[in-house]
Design a protein around this ligand. Structure first.
Ligand SMILES: Nc1ncnc2c1ncn2[C@@H]1O[C@H](COP(=O)(O)OP(=O)(O)OP(=O)(O)O)[C@@H](O)[C@H]1O
Ligand SMILES: [Mg+2]
Length: 258
């Protein structure tokens, strides 16, 4: 309910405002609130706030990591081997839990979620591309492509066919992973991740096993697919050339982001 003449508005200083109604706001306040919500909704997607993570018996891997990623933005995460890039990605993917600090994804504080809540978030908001593809060997290319989208309950055959076409997989839909090259398997992994149109695509060295040309092709495809769907991309890479093609770069060293 809006209160154009400021009656019924508990926040109003107008003496005319006689009746008190907790849920009554002026249209000006409503507009301001909507502006804030739109701003929040169109910007930040992922936020790490002073996140800490150690493994049992080991030294702290992430000591105090703060990082944010806006909706639709692409961010390259670099760092030496063992600096904690995959650890950070696993936390963002809600596959693991932080020891301290706060991780917020799509307005959900991940530390407030139990296992099933984290699984639900993984189905609805994000997808992962693993360096080792992780395709399901007993499923064909077509079945692998649609696997996550079916799990998420949002399988769209037209979108899957479009992805197969964009990724050059249309003639390979009946083949099993063992009969695909490394580059073809990588493209299936990307297609599978994009099939559910995630808000966040996480990719752990997705071009690590590919030669320079195949790597450039795969990156082009990922960037164009995330641009088409409005997804944000957090991509781990050792390559400065790849990092330079993304909107932003973050470097992980000594358990902190530089
Ligand atoms: N499950 C685990 N149990 C114990 N220690 C782990 C585990 N996973 C990773 N680590 C340790 O945490 C540190 C960071 O590992 P992580 O895999 O995140 O590094 P990375 O930056 O991804 O390295 P790379 O570039 O080689 O993939 C390493 O010292 C690693 O040995
Ligand atoms: Mg790693």
């Amino acid at each position: 309910m809006t209160c154009e003449d400021e009656r019924n508005n508990p926040l109003c200083s107008n003496p005319k405002c006689g009746e008190r109604n907790r849920w009554c706001v002026t249209s000006g306040q409503l507009v301001k609130l909507l502006q804030i919500l739109v701003k929040m909704g169109t910007h930040m997607l992922l936020k790490f706030d002073q996140v800490q993570k150690s493994y049992p018996g080991g030294r702290p891997v992430l000591r105090d990591v703060s990082l944010s990623l806006d909706r639709g933005q692409t961010l390259a995460l670099t760092g030496e081997s063992g600096s904690g890039k995959s650890t950070l990605l696993n936390l963002a993917a809600a596959l693991d839990t932080a020891d301290g600090g706060e991780i917020t994804l799509d307005w959900t504080n991940l530390s407030n979620l139990d296992d099933s809540g984290r699984a639900a978030l993984r189905r609805t908001s994000l997808s992962l591309v693993f360096q080792q593809f992780n395709l399901i060997p007993s499923l064909t290319t077509g079945q692998n492509l649609s696997f996550h989208a079916r799990l998420a309950g949002c399988h769209d055959p037209d979108w899957c066919a479009h992805l197969a076409d964009r990724l050059g997989l249309t003639d390979l839909l009946d083949r099993y992973p063992e009969n695909l090259s490394g580059g073809q398997q990588q493209r299936v992994a990307i297609g599978r991740a994009m099939a559910a149109k995630p808000k966040l695509l996480l990719a752990d060295e997705p071009t690590g096993n590919l030669d320079e040309t195949a790597s450039a092709t795969v990156l082009d495809l990922m960037l164009s697919l995330v641009a088409d769907t409005g997804a944000a991309l957090l991509l781990v890479t050792h390559s400065q050339e790849i990092a330079a093609r993304l909107d932003r770069r973050a470097h992980l060293t000594g358990g902190h982001i530089e």
